[in-house]
Ligand binder design. Structure first.
Ligand code: UD1
Length: 468
């Protein structure tokens, strides 16, 4: 997986950047960047928590609206920093976006640019996905390199090779990926094997292939459920997509896609996080809507640890209340892998739980090369975790010993959330700074935690209750 690009002929075919129309973007206000969360730990959780729409699915489908003429209406879109940033990316192209609660209408008929605001694209990984739809619909794109959490190099070489296979000429210029359809008309179908089942590359190539001439066969594709949600949106817009759920996707290109209505799937990572919150606090909660089959690897691990998990239709209940007093949860080993393996997006939160479980647990991060930065923050709670490369060894604390509240920093989204979970279980007060990173992926976090009985309070900039 390298990030090298072959320099090729320069390209001067970019449409002018439109003046953003202030009336075209009705976004909900985001939370202040410097907010902190203060958690008084030790409360047991109980009750029911509603699960929001999937962040990752919403980001890809918002990008996919650019493939469609007319209006697309999306429901169950979570109100998050990342989704509003993605909406701003579309708006910077000339799309009109209207948010109303969790509904978003995207009108793409006035899109007049193929160069989204690079500053916005640089904030989220999903911003880069627009390269596929722009290239497919307008024959060209100039998209800044992606941002997102600082969890590894996150190159885009697979996107580049795949787009070239669909007939695009691609080069890297001024920190932007600049691409155009080589034949001057549009993309053409082709065969491409991804050398790693990258989620974003699979989604980007699917969107590009839907409007390419002829048939595209993508192999070794990602099988994450969010891919199926994207395929369902594209199909409803008129695309012909087959093989979803297998490691090969076949797409028969079509001239046009039309805006459609779609409901974003529930967020399996948010659901998994709340299951882990119940486990780490040795509580019982229920959550819905969830698709338990999409969480089977976590359900198996938590059941093996001693939790009782049941589900009826889309409602899941987890109890980690000890059956006998003094009984602990058993630790387990985790190796993150592409779906259906253990999700890397649940690794940090799982590590927080494991720091409270009996025995030695070994956690191996195999998807991203730098996703253990939360370890040093978890150690501030007294967690006994040691790392060797991408592997963490998590030891049980002394019998009866609990995590202690700490002042910690949320350097990234899921790592930050692992600190919130540790704070819920810890004795005393925890202060998690840089909540802006956690707000990227958890809708109404404090409201949901408070409704379960957690003692959490948000402090805005400059307020502090703990000494440095
Ligand atoms: C998506 C999710 C992210 C999740 C990840 C893996 C979104 C917005 N984000 O990220 O939450 O953690 O899937 O489930 O949906 N790689 C390359 N070259 C490429 C592309 C990827 O080497 O061209 C590597 C990455 O560096 C990484 C691995 O492939 O090591 C997986 O990345 P990928 O599946 O692409 O993740 P994202 O789509 O970025």
């Amino acid at each position: 997986m390298s990030s090298k690009f072959d320099p090729i002929l320069p390209l001067n075919l970019i449409l002018p950047h439109p003046n953003p129309n202030p009336n075209s973007l009705h976004l909900p206000a985001g939370p202040p960047a410097a907010a902190k969360l203060v958690i008084t730990g030790g409360n047991s959780l109980s009750g029911h928590v509603p699960i929001s729409g999937s962040k990752n699915s919403a980001l890809a489908i918002l990008a996919a609206t650019l493939c469609c003429r007319g209006d697309s209406k999306l429901s169950n879109v979570p109100q998050l920093i990342d989704t509003t940033t993605m909406a701003a990316v579309l708006s910077s192209l000339g799309a009109e976006i209207e948010f109303s609660g969790n509904e978003v209408v995207v009108r793409t008929d006035r899109v007049g640019s193929v160069e989204p605001d690079a500053g916005l694209v640089g904030r989220i990984r999903g911003g880069f996905f627009v390269v596929g739809p722009l290239l497919a619909r307008f024959g060209e794109a100039a998209v800044g390199l992606p941002g997102g959490c600082d969890i590894g190099a996150r190159p885009v070489d697979i996107y580049v090779r795949g787009l070239r296979e669909l007939g695009a000429v691609v080069e890297l210029r001024d920190n932007k990926l600049v691409a155009r359809a080589a034949n001057g008309r549009g993309l053409v179908g082709g065969r491409f094997r991804l050398d790693y089942p990258s989620v974003g590359a699979t989604q980007t190539l699917m969107m590009a292939a839907c409007l390419a001439e002829g048939t595209t066969l993508l192999s070794n594709v990602a099988g994450e459920p969010e891919i199926a949600d994207l395929a369902s949106f594209l199909t409803s817009a008129g695309a012909r997509v087959g093989g979803v759920g297998t490691d090969k996707i076949c797409i028969h290109g079509t001239r046009q896609l039309y805006g459609t209505e779609h409901t974003i799937m529930p967020d399996r990572i948010e659901a998994g996080t709340f299951m882990l919150a119940a486990a780490i606090t040795r509580s019982r909660i229920s959550l819905s809507p969830v698709c338990p089959e999409l969480l089977s690897v976590l359900i198996d691990k938590l059941s093996g640890a001693g939790c009782t998990i049941s589900h009826v239709r889309d409602e899941l209940e987890l109890s980690a209340i000890p059956r006998r007093s003094g009984e602990g949860l058993r630790g387990f080993d985790v190796r993150t892998l592409p779906y259906p393996g253990f999700p890397t997006d649940l690794q940090p939160q799982t590590m927080a739980l494991l720091s409270t479980c009996d025995g030695l647990s070994i956690v191996e991060e195999s998807v991203f090369e730098n996703r253990l930065t939360h370890v040093k923050e978890l150690q501030k709670f007294g967690a006994k975790i040691y790392t060797e490369g991408s592997t963490a060894f998590v030891h049980r604390k002394g019998r009866g010993e609990k995590l202690r509240g700490a002042r910690v920093d949320a350097a990234d989204l899921r790592g930050g959330m692992s600190l919130v979970l540790a704070g819920l279980a810890a004795e005393g007060v925890t202060q998690v700074s840089r909540m802006c990173n956690i707000d990227r992926g958890y809708e109404s976090l404090e409201t949901k935690l408070r409704s379960l009985g957690a003692d959490v309070k948000r402090l805005e900039k400059s307020q502090s209750i703990l000494r440095s």
